[in-house]
Design a protein around this ligand. Structure first.
Ligand SMILES: *Cc1c(COP(=O)(O)O)cnc(C)c1O
Length: 343
């Protein structure tokens, strides 16, 4: 791979050699099998698979990165395992135990080690999926499940380099999740309905749209697959979540979000988790969207009903980006043991 050319490929379109698979049979031993790493290729499932008919499935997103000296490191993998577990519970799928999940991630990354780009030239995106692969026609949980992990080397998510400010439209008609629904878990069914609003916002010249709460359409929630922070003076605000897959949650509890909250408190910022209104957002000094895929992406323009809040890449956004990336790639002290070295 010519890593200089990675950004010529659409994000996530590069295929690698291996994937990792585990199976669960609810009618036999009721245990996740030992994971196997096999050549990357098509999966065979019956048309009656519950994932195809009823969307019984979820995904996770993680990254493997290289340190300056070329070692491979992943970030807080047990958090993804935990989130996948409460997602499985919400969708009546058998939770994948943390050790099975983390071992499978390690196996898959190590088998594809040559696809982890050198530091500064990209990262290896890791995509675990859990889904009902067994046949069921009546609406009910599937009799068997598949846990699969595949990977793809990626550059920056939005066009331009990592700290290129993006243009965001605050969405006025579509919403993403309502209380009591599944917004707090990475259920696959949450994401297909976001394609149309995303496409519309791109056609209108934005990089993506930001959803408001479904009840009042007054408070910020998040962007399609990433959380939001707004900065006013020395205060950093982000919409509150209960976490743990609480059915009241309409916002996905991001691991990047959680890491930034902890790191910013250490650094002496005032961090406030609360309902953040559109009006507050339109008066902020800086805003950023954060997640594994987008990392920390500065918002350069926030548009709402003809109003525009223009923002630059401010010092707080830059500080958060440098610190998070530094911890993830071993140049900043990792006080909490978040990084896991694979070699
Ligand atoms: C995955 C995801 C995030 C970000 O979570 P991270 O763990 O930080 O990658 C935020 N919002 C939604 C809707 C997501 O699907």
């Amino acid at each position: 791979m010519d890593w200089e050319k990675l950004t010529d490929y659409a994000w996530g379109s590069v295929e690698t050699e291996f994937m990792t698979l585990c199976k669960y049979d609810a009618q036999a031993d009721k245990k996740w099998s030992k994971c196997e790493t096999v050549p990357y290729g098509d999966l065979s499932i019956p048309p009656r698979a519950s994932v195809l008919n009823y969307g019984q499935g979820l995904f996770e997103g993680m990254k493997a990165q290289r340190t300056e000296d070329g070692r491979i490191v992943i970030f807080r993998p047990e958090m993804n395992a935990r989130r996948a577990q409460y997602g499985c519970e919400r969708l009546l799928m058998p939770p994948v135990p943390t050790d099975v999940f983390v071992d499978a991630v390690k196996q898959c990354v190590l088998a594809n080690a040559k696809w982890v780009p050198p530091k500064g030239q990209g990262t290896l995106y890791i995509r675990p999926i859990v889904f009902g692969s067994g046949p069921i026609l009546g609406l009910a949980p599937a009799p068997s499940y598949t846990f699969c992990i595949y990977v793809s080397p990626v550059g920056s998510y939005f066009k331009g380099n990592q700290l290129t400010p993006i243009k965001i439209k605050i969405e006025e008609s579509f919403t993403r999740a309502a209380k009591g629904g599944s917004g707090g878990v990475k259920a696959i069914g949450n994401y297909a309905p976001s394609l149309m609003p995303q496409k519309k916002s791109k056609e209108e010249g934005f990089d993506n749209c930001l959803y408001l709460d479904a009840e009042e359409q007054k408070y910020l929630e998040e962007i399609g697959t990433s959380n939001i922070f707004v900065v006013k003076g020395k205060t950093i605000m982000t919409p509150a979540v209960k976490g743990g897959g609480d059915p009241e949650d309409t916002i996905l509890e991001g691991i990047t979000r959680d890491s930034i909250i902890q790191v910013c408190k250490d650094k002496g910022y005032e961090v406030v988790e609360k309902r953040v209104s559109v009006d507050e957002a339109l008066e902020c000094d800086e805003a950023m969207t954060v997640g594994t895929a987008v990392v920390v992406s500065p918002i350069g323009e926030l548009h709402y009903k003809g109003k525009v809040q223009k923002l630059g890449v401010g010092p707080v956004t830059q500080d958060i980006y440098d610190t998070l990336l530094g911890i993830q790639t071993g140049t900043h002290e990792d006080k909490r043991g978040w990084t896991v070295y694979l070699d």
